[in-house]
Ligand binder design. Structure first.
Ligand SMILES: Cc1cc2nc3c(=O)[nH]c(=O)nc-3n(C[C@H](O)[C@H](O)[C@H](O)COP(=O)(O)OP(=O)(O)OC[C@H]3O[C@@H](n4cnc5c(N)ncnc54)[C@H](O)[C@@H]3O)c2cc1C
Length: 259
């Protein structure tokens, strides 16, 4: 029977009674890999998510593929394949993107929505795109490992409306696929960059005070001069903690001065 939101109750029961089942893990990101594709440093340049879906798990497959806005044609292929097979959905992420976006004011009205230009894959040497292609090649190697050949693993063949000119599984096909269905992980940062006063692109100083204004600080992900490697939530919590310390230090310093 296909999984639906209704028999999610079974999963809740399984978790509360036996502490097992899909709800006992992180599910979508149960295991994450960090790889240096060039093997030239201890620092990874690629993060890889592996999302495992049981056979006939139509509810999760559909919810996940729709949440990342995949084209209907591709979702249909996944749903069809998942009726008969368990799937592992592998996605690679560039740890230090070379492409940079920009955010501009739409007007002088502060309540107007800003204009956001992500500019993905706009770096001159195409390094971001080529790194993701490398990620796909590495992921495909998993299929040839002894353990997965035992389970007769294979790459699910699919087509995309904008990539029909390319044969499936060629580099050109994957480049087209990355450009068409590549997405992001909501890790936008750096719109109020921290930097020295002379830097025209810097908004806040190293104590997170806005240059040229008194009594205004910015303490969030926007102050990152460059993005951290991997997910942003933990480093931004750290920025929050550090910002609170800076405020305390300055305030206590001021109070002492006044005494
Ligand atoms: C769907 C989603 C999934 C994510 N998953 C992960 C994950 O799995 N792991 C991970 O590490 N990161 C994840 N992230 C990224 C992470 O959550 C963010 O990078 C982080 O929360 C950003 O923190 P922040 O404090 O910079 O900004 P925010 O959390 O966006 O906080 C900004 C705050 O400022 C407030 N604000 C905005 N304008 C004004 C104004 N004019 N005046 C006063 N207040 C204002 C907003 O209401 C908001 O509360 C995810 C993000 C999203 C959206």
């Amino acid at each position: 029977m296909p999984k639906t939101s209704l028999n999610a109750l079974d999963e809740i029961y399984q978790y509360f009674m036996h502490r097992s089942g899909p709800l006992s893990g992180l599910h979508l990101v149960n295991f994450i890999g960090y790889i240096n594709t060039k093997n030239d440093s201890i620092f990874p340049d690629l993060q890889v998510f592996h999302t495992q879906m049981d056979s006939n798990d139509l509810y999760v497959v559909e919810a996940m593929t729709r949440s990342i806005n995949l084209p209907d044609e591709l979702i249909k292929t996944y749903l069809e394949d998942n009726k008969h097979n368990s799937n592992v959905f592998i996605t690679s992420q560039v740890m230090k993107p070379k492409s940079k976006g920009k955010i501009l004011l739409r007007s002088t009205d502060p309540f107007d929505k800003p204009r956001i230009f992500p500019n993905y894959f706009s770096d001159e040497k195409n390094e971001d795109l080529e790194l993701l292609l490398e990620g796909i090649k590495l992921s495909k190697k998993l299929v040839q490992t002894e353990i997965l050949t035992r389970y007769k693993a294979k790459v699910v063949k699919f087509t995309l409306p904008n990539c029909k000119d390319y044969d499936f599984d060629t580099d050109e096909f994957w480049r087209c696929a990355i450009r068409n269905i590549g997405s992001h992980l909501f890790h936008q940062v750096g719109t109020c960059k921290m930097g020295p006063e002379g830097d025209p692109t810097a908004v806040v100083d190293p104590r997170l005070r806005v240059h040229g204004l008194k009594g205004v600080r910015v303490i969030d992900g926007s102050i990152m001069p460059t993005i951290t490697s991997g997910n942003t939530n933990a480093p931004i919590i750290m920025i929050g903690e550090k910002g609170a310390e800076l405020i305390k230090e300055d305030w206590l310093g001021n109070v002492r001065d006044e005494l």
